[in-house]
Design a protein around this ligand. Sequence first.
Ligand code: ASP
Length: 301
Amino acid sequence: MKNLLLLATGGTIACRETENGLSPALDGAALLDFVPQLHTFCTVDVRDLMQLDSTDLTADDRLAMAQAVRQHADRYDGFVIAHGTDTLAYTAALLHHLLADLTKPVVLTGAMLPMGAPDSDAPRNLLDACRVAADSRAGVVAVLCGKILAGNRVVKYHSTRIDAFVSAGVPPLGVIGTDGKVRWDVPAAPPAQTAPDSLDPHVLLIKLTPDLDPTFFAALHGYPKVILETFGAGGIPARLESAVRALIESGTRVYITTQCVAGGVQLHHYAVGRRAEALGAISLGDRTTEDALAAVQCGEI
Ligand code: ASP
């Protein structure tokens, strides 16, 4: 029998209808009441960390999740974090970095429909997440709609479908069958030797648009770190070149990622990319935007 810790944070999975719309109301113990089957393979303790729509989560809240896992790492075989789906990909990517050295499973899950609602995905997701957390494979993953997604590859691509998440650029790590069996399709990677223990939330992410006004960049001078989400394989438009140069000269570190969901940045490929390299912008390589943000916030690049 495995010993798990459920960290409840809110999200649709815990929501009830109020006069102001859906709002988190169920605590972790109430969520567990809907999945009595899990007592056949694990025991679950609960910590109610917060009760928020994930839109309202801050860097401090995400650090609190990482700290709660670390604090209890010796006492439990695995961890489940019940989380809103809207920003689950950001939290998964951040925990992938902050808990990179952990030797236990950390599984984020959520739901598109509240626990107890007709046809809700919540019971299945929570049960599947517990199955994966009890499966002894170290690492931060998300478990949603029967799929196991690597923490740094999670992308929410649909705002209403039950199957709302994809694994960006790589296949899912595995699946949970309708018989409840966990099947891993990708070999496990060993935990890292070390992990960052803090983060700098002062990272700005800017999506380039075809007509972005170059004068806008002057307002950012001196801001610590700016990620430009650029087009395709990455690059700086000629009409923004001097504005980005001035930004870098002001002391801002400028990073390049891509608006493409998969494939990453390859600055050396095109002249527009080499322009970015020549300016001193830093490529974030093959990362999702969420993982790029997490890597920069954690000071890994
Ligand atoms: N707004 C909700 C949240 O992210 C959506 C969800 O959980 O599905 O907290």
